[in-house]
Design a protein around this ligand. Structure first.
Ligand code: GLY
Length: 339
């Protein structure tokens, strides 16, 4: 039967879409002329090993989505990595809660946040994307879903993480210290910590990304950072490029950082300039906070050009393509430039 209400609604939608396309500025897709495909890039020194794993999929002509999932599972499983996955430091209550998200070339995405007792949050995020009508599952619901999907439930708090937590408890204030993750020293780098964000373009030119973390060490129970938030910790637009972030997630969320970087690339910014502008906005909004924290963005455009920018020096990113599988590049930073 003819449904007049439906018809009127459709007419109204069509009219408003026409209005948008008439008056909105053009948003051109970057015309792909990439030569260095496939390629995978990721945050921090631990990105080198992760990229190598992702490369196994990419070099065989595999899909970027499979590559980024396999890649970030390396730091998730690394017992020496206390900022991502299995051996991540707990929250202030001694609970290890993990965050991750994934996004593919079709704009499909999935995410888990504050999930306990499951070692590979990225794979659960992928199943949220592929097997549910939802984008994000959190807390007990995420764990329940993972178990239903066949994931093993396990205790994640390692002896090393337990010791670090006990040490922190001796002086800890009840409120979280915003930049505490910056104080987790690893030899040789003041700010070497945190999330792995990975972006890959496969041989067909399709882009996917993944982002996974145990978040801020000793955070308030239930705290969720940028990493599982689509648009904050990760964003992919297959016409333009992808971006991901690392560092203090609160500031990234406030600025919808990764989405911003991709939209700036759509407007013609290079990946590095887009990351720099996103960092500048964080600094402009909270200059005093920014002096004390680290945030870094990493981006790639459809042409396979990449770049990064951080607030503080010490950020690094790893690049892997046919020419070189273990390239590690120091990221440019606001404060290094100012010194
Ligand atoms: N970027 C990781 C977090 O803030 O949780």
């Amino acid at each position: 039967m003819y449904d007049r209400r439906k018809f009127l609604k459709l007419t109204a939608v069509t009219a408003s879409l026409t209005a948008i396309s008439k008056y909105a500025p053009a948003m051109p897709a970057i015309k792909a002329a990439a030569k260095n495909l496939p390629i995978v890039i990721s945050t921090w020194d631990f990105g080198v090993a992760a990229n190598k794993e992702a490369w196994k999929t990419l070099e065989k002509g595999g899909r970027a989505l499979d590559a980024v999932e396999a890649g970030v599972k390396i730091p998730e499983a690394d017992m020496n990595n206390h900022t991502v996955g299995r051996a991540g430091y707990p929250d202030r209550d001694g609970k290890v809660t993990l965050d991750a998200c994934i996004m593919d070339e079709f704009g499909n995405c999935g995410s888990v946040a504050a999930m306990e007792n499951i070692a590979h949050p990225i794979s659960v995020a992928r199943l949220v994307m592929e097997k549910t009508p939802h984008v994000m599952l959190v807390g007990d619901g995420a764990t329940q879903f993972a178990v239903e999907q066949g994931f093993k439930k396990e205790k994640l708090l390692t002896p090393e993480s337990y010791t670090a937590w006990q040490k922190w408890l001796k002086t800890a204030k009840y409120s979280p210290v915003l930049n505490i993750e910056n104080k987790q020293h690893r030899p040789g780098s003041k700010y070497n910590h945190d999330t792995i964000g990975m972006l890959a373009i496969d041989a067909k030119g399709n882009i996917s990304g993944a982002c996974t973390t145990s978040g801020m060490a000793f955070k308030l129970h239930g705290r969720v950072g940028d990493s599982p938030i689509i648009g904050a910790g990760l964003y992919v637009d297959n016409e333009v490029g992808g971006a991901t972030s690392t560092g203090v997630g609160e500031e990234v969320i406030r600025n919808v950082g990764s989405f911003l970087v991709v939209e700036l690339m759509r407007q013609g910014y290079s990946p590095e300039d887009a990351c720099k502008e996103a960092v500048n906005r964080i600094i402009k909004k909270k200059p005093e906070t920014a002096k004390e924290i680290q945030v870094g963005f990493l981006a790639i455009n459809k042409k396979g050009e990449y770049g990064a920018y951080a607030i503080q020096e010490g950020f690094s990113f790893a690049v892997c393509d046919e020419k070189q599988q273990d390239l590690l590049i120091p990221g440019k930073s606001f404060y290094k430039e100012k010194k």
